[in-house]
Design a protein around this ligand. Structure first.
Ligand code: SF4
Length: 162
């Protein structure tokens, strides 16, 4: 059986999502066409306890947090046993739109996770570049300060000997 824990939607409890889907909301329909909610946090916790704990802790810090019952964990019905997307070529628009989605936790191997990892790697590389640029800027500033003070020194010295 594929192991999946993903999906956190704060502020829109499951029953409201159903209502929206019934009223023709595209996002809600797309979401519920692929996601099946776990019966309880305990059920999700039994699969990946650390992710559930981490997610609940993060959710509790959110301004939108109304209570643990608003946090729902979902399993994707299309995640294959090899932990890859079973319908990748035909995956729903909802999945193609990632990261513009409410997912915070993704299953290993899911297309979402691949994208997320790529973003994380790029972000780290950019952070490293920013650090390097800041160090260069600091060195440049120090050099300019040194040059300025040496010029002042030279000017002072010249004026004393006139
Ligand atoms: S990309 Fe595939 S495995 Fe991932 S959530 Fe969508 S349908 Fe499921």
């Amino acid at each position: 059986m594929a192991i999946v824990v993903r999906g956190l939607r704060l502020g829109v409890p499951y029953h409201q999502l159903w209502e929206k889907a019934k009223n023709g909301d595209d996002f809600a329909r797309g979401f519920l066409s692929i996601m099946v909610p776990y019966e309880s946090h305990e059920a999700a916790r039994a699969i990946v306890p650390s992710l559930v704990e981490k997610t609940l802790k993060a959710a509790a810090k959110s301004e939108k947090f109304n209570g643990a019952e608003d946090v729902v964990f979902y399993a994707c019905r299309y995640l294959a046993n090899d932990n890859r997307c079973g319908v990748y070529e035909d995956r729903p628009q909802f999945c193609r739109d990632y990261p513009d989605s409410p997912f915070l936790v993704m299953a290993s191997g899911c297309a979402f996770e691949g994208w997320s990892n790529q973003c994380r790697t790029k972000f780290k590389a950019m952070e490293a570049e920013v650090d390097t640029l800041q160090e260069l800027q600091a060195s440049l500033n120090a050099l300019q300060t040194y040059e300025l003070s040496s010029n002042e020194c030279t000017t002072d010295t010249n004026s004393k000997f006139k």
